[in-house]
Write a protein that binds this ligand. Structure first.
Ligand code: C2E
Ligand code: CA
Ligand code: CA
Length: 623
């Protein structure tokens, strides 16, 4: 009774425009309501009822939104408040947003739901909440001086008393429960706290549930809908009611290879980026990712033109970055729509495109070689490759009896570049034969020139790469080049290296035999280096054996090497093979070699490799 009277008194006073607020938790003012002590017992029942009905709503009502509306209504009525709200704090954006609300007048707070209040407008509140303190202000005029801005804001919103209880979800400030302009039980903050606790725990549960639901229907990596969601969609789809449907299937070519080559993180980022492009272009449609790299897009009710333009947009965005990484299959229908058929058709088109991509890729992987070949041919045509000659001297007579042709690349900017810089690469990509044949031709041409100029002809040796030797058309090509010059074959010596495994001994013998059969001289290069094997001497008809530089280096200091070289030279003499020592740099080496019976020396001691004109000048005085 007392309580009701008090309430009525307050309501009456309000009607008269008096500012008579029932203060939260403060001693009751006799003019308005009864003292707390008189109210406590009577409240208990109501309190329990409120708690029970709120919990019942939260637990039994399916829709959380509806439950919250009812709960807030219970609270509002219990406190005789004008407005009750759950406000969410976005600490990142520094804003507050009303998420659930109830008003005394019953008018729905759709407008207020959208209301966003910046933290800056209520700093004092946020401070309190961050310290997990509730905010209770019985009369906002108390704030006129201390927090003038907050006071004005509340006053303008029609609020004259506030109780706000902060709550945390997952131990982060989530928001607060706000009761404005309470006229009843306003001393009862504990109850409000209890309620806010229940609301919070329900909201946490709700969030968890939403998350679980999300996981059932979404792909965790890309955030796109998953197969469950797709099946759900199909189950709810009425094909007869469809006006049109566009289907896109896309796929990443060789995702597996990307994963093994660049790691799973790369593969994942690729998938996420593709998902992002799909999401942004097909923002209003259903985009799914199934297992791995399988994407599907369903566009309901779009015109064919619009659908095609969306597909083209995605295609160009993806192509710009990933080239043939992505394959598409898409189809659209405006009549007799059967989802299964449409998807199967898109699937078919996808597999066709994948095949074409593969062919394109295969073509492209050969392209670098084509470019390199073009560059090589251009360099050959521009005379960027040239022939250097390193003289060979007969030890006994001291005469220059021949020379080795060695290739050089004359770089337009960097000048003379030795073969070590480019021969290994050309051997690897199989283009070395262009160089070998070029040098072969240069040697023939030079010999012909010398012949025509009446210069003494000397035997010129040239190097054939193992790769060149293995070419089926080697004898034919050599013959074709030779036929253009037709100089005596005895002046052309082919240096080959026995860098073949034992397995290939047969092949080696056959090819060497071909060279000898063609009438050219044959020389075995780098003998005594790692590949050497004495048995080769009996397997091949050699004219010359070149002792490797490593042996020559060693003969002065190492008696064992001296013995080995001595024996090689005996072997050569007995087999009728001419011996050439390579890389001779000192007189000492030369005199030792002479004693051992070596025929010819080649090395810096005689001369470094030099341009043809220099060689001519120095060694080809006309006879
Ligand atoms: P190689 O056939 O063993 O040629 C001998 C190399 O030893 C040449 O190096 C020559 O300049 C170097 N040399 C000669 N005398 C001395 C010396 O007294 N001391 C030192 N330290 N070095 C000496 P280059 O011209 O740099 O050629 C290196 C290799 O490149 C050659 O080794 C050969 O395997 C290859 N090469 C050169 N021209 C051709 C070619 O036309 N075709 C092919 N396939 N390979 C070639
Ligand atoms: Ca050589
Ligand atoms: Ca050599």
């Amino acid at each position: 009774k007392l309580y009701l009277n008090g309430c009525k008194a307050m309501a009456q006073a309000r009607k008269q425009g008096k500012n008579c607020v029932r203060m939260w938790g403060s001693p009751a003012n006799e003019n308005t309501v009864a003292p707390i002590s008189d109210l406590n017992n009577g409240n208990l029942l109501e309190e329990n009822q409120l708690l029970i009905s709120c919990m019942a709503s939260l637990l039994s009502i399916q829709s959380f939104e509806t439950a919250m509306e009812i709960v807030l209504g219970h609270i509002g009525r219990y406190y005789g408040a004008q407005h009750v709200a759950v406000v969410k704090c976005d600490t990142e954006k520094q804003t507050n947003k009303v998420v659930y609300a109830w008003t005394q007048t019953g008018e729905h707070l759709k407008k207020q739901t959208k209301e966003i209040i910046p933290f800056a407008q209520m700093p004092h509140w946020i401070d309190a909440f961050n310290q997990n303190r509730e905010l209770v202000i019985h009369d906002i005029t108390e704030w006129i001086h201390t927090y003038p801005e907050e006071y004005e804001f509340l006053r303008d919103s029609g609020v004259f008393s506030v109780c706000a209880i902060p709550f945390e979800v997952s131990s982060k400030l989530y928001g607060f429960l706000e009761v404005d302009n309470a006229t009843l039980h306003s001393e009862d903050i504990i109850l409000l706290k209890t309620l806010s606790y229940f609301i919070t725990s329900e909201m946490t549960k709700q969030k968890l549930q939403q998350k679980q639901e999300y996981l059932i229907y979404h792909d965790t990596l890309t955030g796109l809908c998953n197969r469950n969601s797709y099946l759900n969609y199909l189950a709810g789809l009425n094909e007869d009611a469809l006006s049109s449907m566009g289907v896109v299937r896309l796929d990443i070519n060789g995702l597996k290879e990307y994963n093994t080559k660049f790691g799973f993180d790369y593969g994942d980022s690729l998938l996420c980026h593709m998902a992002q492009i799909l999401k942004s272009v097909f923002a209003h449609h259903c985009v799914y990712r199934f297992t791995g790299d399988e994407f599907l897009v369903l566009c309901k009710g779009v015109t064919n033109e619009h659908f095609t333009s969306l597909v083209n947009l995605v295609r160009s965005e993806m192509r710009a970055e990933y080239l043939d990484c992505v394959a598409f299959g898409y189809t659209w229908s405006g009549v007799d729509i059967h989802m299964e058929d449409l998807i199967r058709h898109a699937e078919e088109l996808l597999s066709v495109e994948k095949l074409m991509n593969k062919e394109r890729q295969a073509y492209r992987s050969q392209a670098p070689q084509a470019v390199m070949l073009q560059n090589l041919v251009r360099a050959l045509e521009n005379d960027e490759f040239t022939l250097y000659l390193q003289p060979k001297r007969d030890i006994a007579t001291g005469e220059i009896v021949g020379a080795e042709a060695l290739v050089r690349y004359i770089h337009p900017k960097y000048g003379v570049i030795g073969p070590a810089k480019f021969v290994p690469q050309l051997e690897e990509n199989g283009l070395i034969y262009y160089i070998d044949f070029f040098i072969f031709e240069q040697v023939c041409k030079m010999l012909l020139k010398w012949q025509q100029e009446g210069k003494p002809l000397r035997c010129i040796s040239l190097n054939l790469s193992r790769k060149t030797m293995l070419r089926e058309d080697l004898p034919k090509q050599m013959q074709a080049i030779y036929n253009r010059y037709k100089v005596p074959k005895k002046y052309i010596e082919i240096e080959i290296t026995e860098s073949f495994g034992d397995m290939e001994r047969e092949t080696f013998s056959r090819i060497s035999g071909d060279i000898v059969a063609q009438g050219f001289r044959l020389s075995l290069d780098d003998f005594g280096s790692k590949y050497s094997n004495l048995s080769i001497l009996s397997a091949v008809d050699l004219n010359v054996l070149k002792l490797d530089k490593s042996l020559v280096n060693d003969i002065v200091a190492n008696p064992k090497t001296l013995t080995i070289v001595s024996n090689f030279l005996v072997l050569c003499r007995n087999l009728g093979i001419e011996s050439v020592a390579e890389g001779v740099e000192t007189e000492e080496q030369m005199s030792l070699l002479k004693q051992l019976g070596c025929n010819v020396v080649q090395g810096y001691l005689v001369n470094k490799p030099m341009p043809m004109t220099d060689f001519e000048e120095k060694y080809c005085a006309c006879t």
